[in-house]
Design a protein around this ligand. Structure first.
Ligand code: PLP
Length: 383
């Protein structure tokens, strides 16, 4: 592949080179982690080490970790298994209207199978739910509040600590999809008083095919996949040992890298947004200006279709997206920007730039050089 400028870290991250070495060194751990002999025990121990790493990284001493294949599975697992419990009434669930599709689709499934009623909370034009709306949505049948930590399209952070206080005051279960926050902001499972948290390896420099759930100790959930007794009977199937090991090693690596790279990513992100907003006319930044993941920039280029700009940038060697990774390839209008009540012209022309550990100043300079003439050309052509 010719050299590319990759600015879609929210869709997926490249494998960290140190983890590539970890994977190679771990190849001898081929034993089935459920086998009683040495090869099995070694694989089992490596998995337990990774579990401890997740617990330490997320400050979750009174929780356990269930490894899954991805965050979509984790989200489905929590929502379905909690709601499938025998409640004796049709349980009610509160989510935001800008959750990832794996949450929204699972909720719609639960509604259509009459296993749940769901409130989809509105968000402000900056993409935040309000604690007041959470409070108002609570009903006698409410059992779970599930709100993402940070939004994947605009990077806006949700007021989780306040939501947590409301959830606990009403004795409700609380879960968060932390996929886009891990490694980008400090996160404490304990401080947030969470019951569930979901994460994904391929958003934090580990390979694809590994994700997980952090769950408060003492809670039980019905398996989504039935079979063997892996993952303490919570998820059947032979574990992805290599993926789990890489994930376990990725987290301390993120801690180390964050200290060095975080100020740099912040300044590169600022440079990119200021550069675009100041040199390209009719542009605007979507999302919350401060309560956000700094590496995520959602910018509208009025008068253009985001799709044409993604294609033109791709041809110029730059990878960005219109938002939701699951819609990439078939670019669909953003339900997130719609829920934020942004006008059609803002929604249709919105691009997401997401930076990461390997983004360089040279790359940002190159984008700032190529983008303005490209936008002018496309605007002229579309008139
Ligand atoms: N949740 C959020 C906020 C995401 O951004 C994504 C992926 O983009 C997911 C869940 C799903 O992650 P996975 O690809 O591991 O299923």
């Amino acid at each position: 592949m010719p050299p590319r400028i990759y600015l879609d870290y929210n869709a997926t991250t490249p494998l960290h080179p140190e983890l590539a070495a970890t994977l190679t060194q771990s190849l001898p751990l081929y034993g089935n982690p459920a086998s009683p002999y040495l090869e099995g025990r070694c694989a089992h121990d490596a998995i337990e080490e990774a579990r401890d790493s997740v617990i330490r990284f997320l400050d979750a001493p009174s929780a356990e970790v269930i490894f899954t294949s991805c965050a979509s599975e984790s989200n489905n697992h929590i929502l379905k298994s909690v709601l499938w419990e025998k409640w004796g009434f049709i349980p009610h669930l509160i989510v935001s209207s800008i959750e990832h599709s794996s949450v929204l689709a699972a909720c719609r499934f639960l509604e259509t199978t009459e296993k749940a009623t769901v409130t989809y909370l509105p968000v402000t034009p900056m993409g935040q739910v309000t604690p007041q709306d959470v409070q108002t949505a609570i009903r006698p049948e409410t059992i779970l509040i599930f709100i993402m930590t940070a939004n994947n399209e605009v990077g806006t952070l949700q007021p989780l600590l306040e939501i947590s206080k409301i959830a606990k005051a009403h004795n409700l279960l609380l879960g968060t999809d932390a996929v886009q926050a891990i490694g980008k902001i400090p996160l404490s499972f304990q401080e947030l008083n969470l019951d569930f948290l979901t994460f994904s390896g391929h958003k934090c420099y580990a390979p694809k095919g590994i994700g997980g759930i952090v769950m408060r100790k003492g809670l039980t959930i019905t398996p989504l996949i039935h079979g063997g007794s892996q993952e303490r009977k919570n998820r059947a199937g032979t574990q992805n040992t290599l993926g789990i090991i890489a994930l376990g090693r990725a987290l301390p690596l993120l801690n180390k890298e964050e200290k060095i790279r975080s100020p740099l990513i912040r300044s590169l992100s600022k440079k990119l947004s200021h550069g675009i907003l100041n040199t390209v006319s009719e542009t605007e930044l979507n999302g919350h200006p401060t309560e956000k993941i700094v590496s995520t920039l959602n910018i509208s280029f009025h008068g253009l279709s985001a799709e044409s700009l993604v294609i033109a940038l791709d041809m110029a060697g730059i990878s960005v997206s219109t938002g939701s990774a699951c819609s990439t390839g078939s670019i669909e209008p953003s339900y997130v920007l719609e829920a934020m009540n942004l006008p059609k012209k803002t929604r249709e022309s919105a691009l997401r730039f997401s930076l990461g550990l390997f983004t360089t100043e040279q790359e940002i300079n190159q984008v700032l050089k190529l983008l303005p003439p490209l936008v002018s050309k496309l605007r002229k052509a579309s008139r």
